[in-house]
Design a protein. Structure first.
Length: 124
């Protein structure tokens, strides 16, 4: 299932693309895409909806961060793999804690590219 948030900065609304790529609003189901909206029960209920029954957005507004109201972002993984390989250094697993706005800082700077790029990293 694909979900999205669209609209002006700070006024994003929740939506999803249907099978034809038409953006559909899901505000009647959830006021925003947050941790609560992504619970297993809510995702099951959302998956049961017929996308064609949801209202089309009507235009191609700006896409926002995929999740709203992020308190903090915790990533677990490897960092700087290229640098470690260059120096034959051991690369330990690491835990990174970043501010919640790490998800939104780069979106508007990327402009149109942000609507086609599915993943990018921004150092905080």
């Amino acid at each position: 299932m694909k979900l999205l948030r669209y609209g002006p900065v700070g006024q994003e609304r929740p939506g999803l693309p249907d099978g034809d790529g038409t953006r559909r609003g899901i505000s009647s189901f959830a006021s925003d895409i947050t941790g609560n909206a992504l619970s297993p029960a809510n995702l099951s209920a959302l998956a049961a909806l017929d996308p064609q029954s949801l209202p089309p957005v009507g235009s191609r507004p700006r896409l926002g961060a995929p999740i709203g109201h992020i308190g903090k972002f915790i990533a677990i993984g490897l960092n700087d793999a290229d640098h470690a390989a260059e120096s034959n250094a051991h690369l330990p697993e690491a835990v990174y804690l970043k501010p919640g706005d790490v998800m939104t800082l780069g979106i508007d700077k990327l402009g149109r590219q942000a609507q086609t790029v599915v993943a990018w990293e921004q150092a905080a």
